[in-house]
Design a binder for this molecule. Sequence first.
Ligand SMILES: [Zn+2]
Length: 490
Amino acid sequence: MSTSPVPDELATGRPILFRNATVLSMDPAIGVLDGGDVLVRGERIEQVGRELPAPDDATVIDASGGILLPGMVDTHRHMWQTALRGFGADWTLSQYFVFYYLNWGKIFRPEDVYAGNLASAIEAIDSGVTTTLDWSHGLQTPEHGDAAVEALRAVPGRFVLGYGNLLGAPWEWANSPEFRAFVDRHFSSRDDMLGLQLAFDVTGDAAFPEKGAFEAARDLGLPVTTHAGVWGATNDDGIRLMWEHGFMTPDVTYVHACSLGEDSYQRIAASGGTASISTESEQSAGQGYPPSWQLRRHGIPASLSMDTSVWWSADLFSAMRATLSADRSREHLEAQTANETVVHNKLRAEHVVEWATMGGARALGLSDVIGSLTPGKKADVVLIKNDRSPAMFPIVHPYGHVAFQAGRADVHTVLVDGRVVKYRNELVGVDLAKAREAVTATVEFARAEIGEENWRECMAPEIPETELIPNPYTYSDYRGEGVAVRRAEA
Ligand SMILES: [Zn+2]
C-alpha cells in the first residue's frame, strides 16, 4: 500500500470552512457569491454565505482567488475501458465496435475490469468529478460485476454502476438468477455512494426483445441508461418501441441522443427523460452531431459525459468546452448557410456548468442529494484554485472561467460526502500506485492476447487517401491532365 497521506488538519473529521471564494452555488436561491464562504460539517453542507463565523475546531481553507462549485457529475463513462487509455485515439465508432464487440471485448477478465475502474475512479475525483455513472458493459459474468464494485468501493468517490454486458442479451442476463444474486450481494441496502442502474441498448428489432430487460429494471426498481440516437446503431425505432410499451419513464437517460427525428425528441421531452451529451465522443466517433442544439429546442434536460478514456480526456472541463463550441458552431453554420449572422449566442457558459453539476444530479435522480452548494445537501465540493497558474487571474466571469480557462491541474480541493479526497492540488488517501500496477498488468495481458501485429493494426487504422484538389494558381494543368507542372517552369 502506498496511499497518499492525509494532512493532519484534515484527518480528524473537523468542520471545514472554505473562506473567500467566488462561489458558484448552482442553487438559484443563492446564486453567485463573491467573497463567499462554505461551511461543511460531517458529510453535509451546513452554511453558504459571506463572512461565516468559523467554528472553534474548524479547518479553514483559504479559497481566495479560487472558484467553489458543486462536485461535477458524469452520467456516462465506460470506466473499465480506462485500462487501455488512449488506445483508440484515431478510431471511428465502427473501429470501436469491431475491437470491443466483435473481436477483443471477450478477453477482459474481472481483474481487468477492476484495473480500468480503479484508475478511472481515481481520475474522476482528481478532476473534480465527484459522481460518475459507470456505464459498465464489460460485465460478462457476475464476477466481473464484483470486480467493478470492488474498485468503485475502494475509491472515495460517488458512483452509480450501470450494469451491462455487451456480449450478452440484456433480456437474458437481467433476468438470470446469477444477476439477481449479484444485486442481493451488493445492493440489498441502498446508499447514495454507490447506486445501481441497468445499462443496455435498444436495437429497434420490431419484436422488441429488450422488453424483458425493461421489465427486470422495473421489477428491481432500477433506472435504465441507454445509448439512443447513435448513427448506424440505434435510431427512432428503438424510441418508438420504448414509447409504445410504456418504458419511457422520467428516470431513463438517453445517451448521445444525436441521430433522432423530431418525433423521438418530442417523446423524450414529453416523458421527462434526460439526455447525456458526450460532445468529444460524438465529434470524433460519429454518433451524430452533438445534440445540445436539439435538446435546447425541445426542452430536454441535459447532462454531460465523456464516454470513454480509450479515446478522450476524462474531465468535464473538456466536455463543457467542447459542448459550448459544438453548439455555437452549429448555430453559426446554420445561420451562415442562410446568409445570416448570429449576433447573440444562445448557449452560455453558465448553462454548461449547470449541465455538468445539477444536470447530472437530476439525470441520476440525485438532485435532492448533490448538484448544488445548498445547505443540507451532501458535501461534494470542488475548489478550483491555482496560485501558480497564469491562467487563474483575473476571474471576472466565473462561469466562463470554469468552462474555457480552468483545467484538471487547477482542481485544488475536492470533497466527496464531506471527506477531503484532494487537497492543495494533490490526491489524498488514494492509492495511485496500486491502480498503475493493475493497469500495467492489464495492458501486458491484453497486448499478449491480441498479438503484436493486431495490437499495432488496431491502434493505427488505415488512413483513407486525401485527394489533393487542383489549384489553378499553382499548376498549369489544373484540369487534371496527369503530371502537375508549375506555371513558372512551364
Ligand atoms: Zn457510451
